[in-house]
Design a protein around this ligand. Structure first.
Ligand code: ATP
Ligand code: MG
Length: 771
């Protein structure tokens, strides 16, 4: 422990060893905030100031929580399993599992993820006969979540006009539906925990007494409700209140669009009477050129608390910039650079590809896949969100809770059982009339429809019966077969990958059982733990698996389903596999990598067009860019594409304004600075010359001044040029994306309309120009 403290610089040291009073550590990226927070926990425990059970720490992702626990258990001879370290959602879920009665939730309540919530809302709008044009489901979702994040129930929302009155009515009906189904959405987890603490003095007193130290990472991104929740939990400072240790960086506040409120930092200082404000100014993460870029960029923001960062690491490599003619060329360039980094000995996992929006990952994913490079996409369509996995989870949910209408509707006719939309509408009407779940309204229907529905219910009941004594992985495997899902995908032409994902679900269940301690004797052990420990919350298995009031255990299945819903996509890492990391900039917060690629740096994409019309929009985008840049330790690459296919349209893009806000001396342009896409499409694009930093940095498109002159398309021996339409006997029509080599070595990369992108050897493939 003392060795850890010794590694700290004087400011960090002061922060770690502050007395037990409220504090704020305000510092830029990579200055050691997270490290200070973790070390403080270790210091508090090892100096006997608090027991592990007396600590509550909030992290931004599940992954960060796990990392923190891993570090602590490496440093201290304690079991960290029972510690309350997690995201706001994770911690609130844990809280509600212990207090489901007070929460008015069934013990096995399921969590609705974002997609489930949207499906629920769509169903509701239909039932209420609300015109989707007038109230688009996504907008309703946004309204409901926004209200909840401000702590507002339907009765609290001020509705001034007809439109908002209707929204409030929908919100009310949505709540009723969730209660009937026994489900809670993400925002509900937080709001309900907050309300229990607010309305229940005994519970409040219990937790206030229990948590002596509350530590919050990424404080700048807390929203109002989270802030209020912390305030309730911490309690008044004077009496028995907890001591709060918050770390944050106003320049990294990137969740305003989701209700985060950087003003919480000011409120916190005032309302919590913060006695200690410490700034950290030394950056330990990035080399000089990278840090200069970050500092220079963020200086363009007007609203800042003002901090500076310096490094002692030396200037390091320049930031490499590449302007590609197309998204495909950008991806190809990225592959070349990645290969170079791998040759230099970098592990895959130290390379990150960042983008502003999930939709941008597809082309790069394709290129990585074709190149045979292992990669992992965080966020986006996460494992637990894939259609086949959600189908399987829906069956599992029905086993667990037959009243779960969302799950019911998802699989009642999947695989197809001849249950038509009309039958389902009748069923929903009947259920509404009787105010029961769908599964209890089946007997109201007659005819063939009713018989098929009954057969479905019987199937579910039978599966429940057959799996009652099975271990979780066996149960999952059984359900995959008995539900007909496996058979369905075996017959589907492209079902192989889906089958593999389903198999992966069995693996996930097995891993979950091992990790969470649901071994053979788990139940007995947990019961015993409950009998001896006064506070059931001292082990995560206990808090998640046991009802403290009755000692009743939560089934491994329920716990697993909760895990699936909460898993924020940041834990897809299959054990030990070394892969390139792909994620949105939002998802990269708090992380660091040796090499970082920031792609798609185009006006409208980054900064995003939606942000351009808002007052603080561009500033928030700039903070996002600051987060992206500061993820890199040694190498930073910035790239853009002049044309890009997005959402089915070709976009012609301008270079992001952020390039003008970076220090020119820190950048090295690998491509010629080109003003517009038209010249580039018309010019030959020789990949070999544009490759990496080893190539001489000469202008690629010839020595013309592009602002005044559009060169004629240069013809090569094979007569093809980039951007040209071609026809191939087998693959049909396509467009040339890039060309390389000459004579017998000449190859062309062609994007075919119907067969995707292919590299073709031009001495073999017959390509006929079509325009
Ligand atoms: P972010 O704002 O991006 O979340 P941060 O302020 O939380 O960054 P950390 O992630 O804690 O910064 O630290 C950045 C890197 O610097 C980590 O690799 C950390 O181990 C290292 N580091 C921090 N302090 C020191 C120190 N005193 N000596 C050596 N390395 C340090
Ligand atoms: Mg951090």
């Amino acid at each position: 422990m003392s060795a850890l403290i010794q590694q700290l610089n004087p400011e960090q040291h002061a922060a770690v060893t502050l007395p037990a009073e409220n504090a704020l550590i305000l510092a830029g990226a990579g200055s050691g905030k997270t490290r200070v927070l973790t070390t403080r926990i270790a210091w508090l425990i090892s100096t006997g100031q608090v027991s592990p059970a007396g600590i509550l720490a909030v992290t931004f992702t599940n992954k960060a929580a796990k990392e923190m626990m891993a570090r602590l258990s490496a440093q201290l001879p304690i079991s960290v399993r029972g510690m309350w370290i997690g995201t706001f959602h994770g911690l609130c879920n844990r809280f509600l599992r212990a207090h489901w009665r007070e929460a008015g939730l069934p013990q096995t309540f399921q969590i609705l993820d974002v997609q489930d919530q949207l499906a629920n809302i769509k169903r509701l709008l239909k039932a209420l006969n609300v015109d989707e044009q007038r109230h688009p489901p996504k907008q309703v979702q946004w309204f409901i979540n926004g209200a909840k994040e401000q702590g507002l129930r339907p009765g609290d929302v001020e509705a001034r006009d007809q439109q908002s009155r209707q929204l409030v009515e929908i919100y009310l009906a949505y709540e009723a539906q969730c209660t009937r189904d026994g489900v809670a959405d993400f925002a509900e987890l937080l709001l309900r925990s907050y309300e229990i603490l607010r309305d229940n003095p005994a519970i409040r007193a219990h937790y206030r007494q229990r948590f002596r130290h509350i530590l919050v990472d990424e404080f700048q991104d807390t929203n109002r409700l989270q802030y209020q929740w912390l305030k309730l939990l911490a309690g008044p400072e004077d009496a028995q209140g907890a001591c709060v240790f918050a770390v944050g960086d106003d320049d990294q506040s990137i969740y305003a669009f989701r209700g985060a409120h950087a003003g919480n930092m000011d409120d916190y200082q005032r309302e919590f009477h913060v006695r200690h404000l410490i700034k950290l100014e030394r950056n330990y993460r990035s080399h000089g050129h990278i840090l200069d870029s970050a500092n220079t960029l963020i200086a363009n923001n007007a609203r800042r608390l003002g901090k500076n960062l310096r490094t002692e690491a030396g200037a390091g490599e320049p930031v490499r910039v590449f302007e590609a003619p197309s998204d495909y060329a950008e991806a190809q360039w990225l592959i070349d650079e990645v290969r170079q980094l791998l040759r230099e000995g970098l592990p895959h996992s130290e390379i990150a590809v960042l983008y502003r929006a999930n939709a941008l990952s597809r082309v790069i994913e394709g290129a990585l896949f074709n190149a045979g490079l292992p990669y992992r996409v965080y966020g986006g369509l996460r494992f637990f969100e894939r259609a086949e996995v959600k189908h399987a989870l829906a069956y599992l949910r029905l086993l667990d809770n037959p009243q779960d209408d969302t799950a019911f509707l998802r699989v009642v006719n999947f695989p197809a059982r001849g249950i038509g939309a009309r039958t389902l509408e009748q069923l929903q009407d009947a259920a509404r009339l009787r105010a029961t779940p769908l599964s209890e309204a089946v007997d109201a229907l007659g005819g063939r429809g009713a018989a098929s529905l009954q057969a479905f219910l019987d199937l579910v009941a039978q599966m429940r019966f057959q799996t009652a004594a099975m271990s979780l992985p066996d149960l999952v495997r059984h359900v995959l077969e008995a539900s007909g899902l496996n058979a369905h995908y075996r017959e589907e032409r492209e079902g192989q990958e889906r089958l593999e994902n389903l198999e992966e679900l069995v693996n996930a269940a097995a891993a979950f059982v091992t990790q969470e301690g649901f071994g053979l004797n788990a139940t007995a052990q947990q019961r015993q733990a409950l009998g001896t420990a006064s506070d059931a919350a001292d082990s995560p298995a206990a808090i998640e698996a046991i009802d403290p009031a009755t000692g009743e255990t939560l089934s491994p299945l329920t716990a697993f389903l909760t895990h699936a819903a909460l898993e924020a996509g940041d834990n897809q890492a299959q054990n030990g596999q070394d892969a390139i990391q792909m994620m949105t900039v939002h998802a990269a917060k708090g992380l660091e990598f040796d090499a970082v690629f920031i792609t798609g740096l185009e006006e409208g994409l980054f900064p995003h067009e939606n942000a351009l019309s808002e007052a603080d929009g561009v500033e928030e985008e700039r903070r996002l860019m600051y987060v992206a840049i500061t993820r890199a330790r040694k190498r930073l690459y910035l790239s853009l594409a002049q044309t890009r296919m997005l959402h089915g349209q070709t976009r012609y893009n301008l270079r992001s304004r952020f390039f003008d806000e970076l220090p020119p001396q820190a950048l090295k342009w690998l491509s010629a600075k080109q003003p517009g896409f038209s010249q580039v499409l018309a010019s030959s694009f020789d990949r070999d010359e544009q490759r990496g930093w080893n190539a001489p940095s000469k202008a690629v498109s010839g020595g013309f001044d592009p602002s005044t002159f559009t060169p004629p398309p240069p013809k090569t021996s094979h007569g093809l040029r980039v951007g040209q339409g071609v026809f191939h006997n087998k693959f049909g029509e396509g467009v040339v994306l890039s060309l390389e080599g000459s004579g017998d070595e000449a190859r062309a990369q062609v994007r075919f309309n119907r067969h995707g992108t292919k590299w073709l050897a031009l001495n073999i493939a017959k390509l006929t120009p079509v325009n």
